[in-house]
Design a protein around this ligand. Sequence first.
Ligand code: NAG
Ligand code: NAG
Ligand code: NAG
Length: 822
Amino acid sequence: MAKLLVSLLALPFLTGALPADGLVSRGDRSHDADSFNVSQFVPSDSYAPQKHGIPFPLKDESIQPWVKLNQPSQIAAAAMIDAASTCTPLTPSNPSTWWYESVTHNGLSSFMSSNYRNEYSVFRNVVTDFGADNTGATDASAAIQKAINAGPSNGGPARGSGNYGTTGQPAVVYLPAGTYLMSSSIQLLVGTVLVGDPINPPTLKAAAGFPNDHVIYAKDPNFGGTINFYIGIKNIIIDSTSVDGAQSLALLDWTVSQATQLANVVFNMPNYSTGHVGVTSQYDSNSNIILNDLTFNGGAYGLKLSGQQWILKNIKTSGTTTGIKAGGFSVVCQACSFAYAATGIDATGVSGTITVIDSSGSNLGVFLQGTNSGGAGNSVVLENVSYSGTTVQLSGSTVLTGSVTDTWVYGDLYSSGSSSRGLARGTTVTTPRSSSLLSNGNYFITQKPPTFQEYSADQVLNIKSVAGLPVYGDGSTDDTANINTILAQYAGCKVIYFPAGTYIVTNTITIPAGSRIYGEGYGTAISAIGSNYYNPNSPGTMVKIGNAGDVGVAQIVDIIFTVADVLQGCKLVEVNIAGSNPGDVGLWNSHFRIGGAAGSKVETNCGGSPDQCKAAWGLIHLTSSSSAYIENMWGWTADHDLDGNNGQTISTGRGMLIEATKGTWLVGTAMEHHTLYQYNYNNAKNVVSTFQQSETPYWQGPGNDIAPIPWSSNLIASDPGFSSCASGDAKCGMAFFERISGSSDLFLYNGMVWVFFNNNGGCSGDCQSNAINILKSSPLYIYGQGVKSVTNMFLESGSPIAKQGDNQGGWGGNIAAYLHDS
Ligand SMILES: *[C@@H]1O[C@H](CO)[C@@H](O)[C@H](O)[C@H]1NC(C)=O
Ligand SMILES: *[C@@H]1O[C@H](CO)[C@@H](O)[C@H](O)[C@H]1NC(C)=O
Ligand SMILES: *[C@@H]1O[C@H](CO)[C@@H](O)[C@H](O)[C@H]1NC(C)=O
């Protein structure tokens, strides 16, 4: 997350101003996306990191697995289960209702006070539990809001009342098929996921004369946009076709940040209606990763966005006057299509790079409109775009017509073999994509995250409901053995559903070939503890996805990976398996959180110096035998406490280590606040990454530990050693955004390196020396690289090549294309 203008917001519940029913006011709505002003998003030097999250007074303080770990009542070995009677290979049975609606829902908010924990329901069916009318005859909005707000059924405070932290109130608000008449808007809160049946997506239909300015407000109004995490909407249709097209109405406001999900949603508006907008993000600054698999029919705008950065994947618009009005420092459109619009993409609000790949337009006035600033900002990169007509217009002048089969670049360009900046003004360069990454000539993508809707409820196993193999997910019992037994037993035979809860593990969980795993909202976490994770020179793996050489299916959806203790020898996830086909192996909407939340000693014991809190060895390792698709992943070492007030000075060693060679797809990932690097491409090949956002640890820089401290004695060959930094040069000894070594055929679009602080406070001028170091690699294709407050954007073998000062634009420096040995 970024600390933009979050200033110390007056939190209403801290002053007791919150209404007793838990309903919240909607905050400042005075902004309009048209008034987007980049400079208002830049923090001032006096700005300090936010220290406070949401209080969690109704936490069960006695749950401290690092002090007392419970043992399951029974541990059974795999051999005790009769394989033949329980395991029938999964084949699609194409049911008419989604398994998730009828499966046993026994999820928990693991750390909620014992007075309430068993009375708090994570899953809420709006029809059967809250009486919403799904025939479309009478208003359903009040019932849906009740479902969102509901706290424990035995009289505990409502959600949103400031009693459950950020992570203590997970809620999946489920909409069965049908039509829901909306007579007024609904308001989501942190921890809320609104989910429809993907087989027959429910429609939220705004009533004629709708009284509010949005149908759904996603941003929890108690908090700034940049700390609105863990909110989701999927598998629904929002419809405003009964509302007068001239009435000012947006279907959804999405002023939220990382670890959120807006996916597989259709927005139906009257064709070319002048007043309707599909999605806005207008109520604050925000720091999003991805919006994916969305369809917009009609409206003045499909998406009208301002914020830091976005990847917009598989977006379709038709009958929308402007498909996407994009704002921010870095925006990608991947696999987008626009039809029957005056403008496909209005990128005049993008001050860094807009990149459009594998996209098409038909029947448009203009495909993309932008600004010609003459400098490095407002860069445009188009690759594999089909359109006949005016393709790019900058400040009113047409600069490109017709299709782009290769890569078209407008902005600063570093050509292969050249160490000086060139000015591309519509230059075409060649990007020979690896065939292993492609599907019909486009980079492979999934059309929506897996829902496993092709399987019926009896093909799904609730991991907490297997006789003889108790699994608790209660944040205090060692679930290692029985989870491993169940996964081994049912791989290839059942979809494994992990109800909300924190599953404590003391040794490696192995996810075998054949696994399909589904978590619940943002409430399902796997959390490591114990001596297998103590040795930083021989780290233990918490979750191992396949073994080297395995080929098969391993799909993981909606899981959080975390640590319950300060574990300098914990590698959280290692992927070894490859799929037979792209997408067979992948992680979707699955995120990392190191510290910053209830249920971990890292939250309460890391207020000191970084060397006292080496909380994890690293987050995720894609090994040389792996081939994985990763979409929507936030790898976060906490910079503040989401559930209270504890200081969080945490040193996680590494972010993402990529050594994969067989085809890797990174579609919307972010790595933040890891000590040595955010991303490390080490002997990697055939990788496409269409968006990678990062931040450096807030504590790094002059006045604090100089990297590789506190990991100096635990480095491995692929780690940056920082040996070229002069002794004591604290701006040099800061985490690399990217190290690229011994790698080839990397296709990296839109990288972001945001640096706000030194030693937790403001920094004057540049805060950090170096972003990316390239060592012995070829060829590399890097497009849309942005930095904020970093002196050197690219180094080769430790020598600075491209500097922020030579490429001023975006939030600091911006380079449209950097081609290395291509
Ligand atoms: C943009 O915001 C900055 C900071 O709030 C302000 O000083 C400036 O006047 C604004 N510019 C415009 C064009 O509104
Ligand atoms: C919008 O136009 C399309 C194409 O003509 C048509 O199919 C659709 O029904 C129209 N939508 C509305 C809401 O009128
Ligand atoms: C991308 O290029 C391939 C190969 O030429 C082509 O088949 C595909 O249709 C293109 N995609 C788009 C969106 O134009």
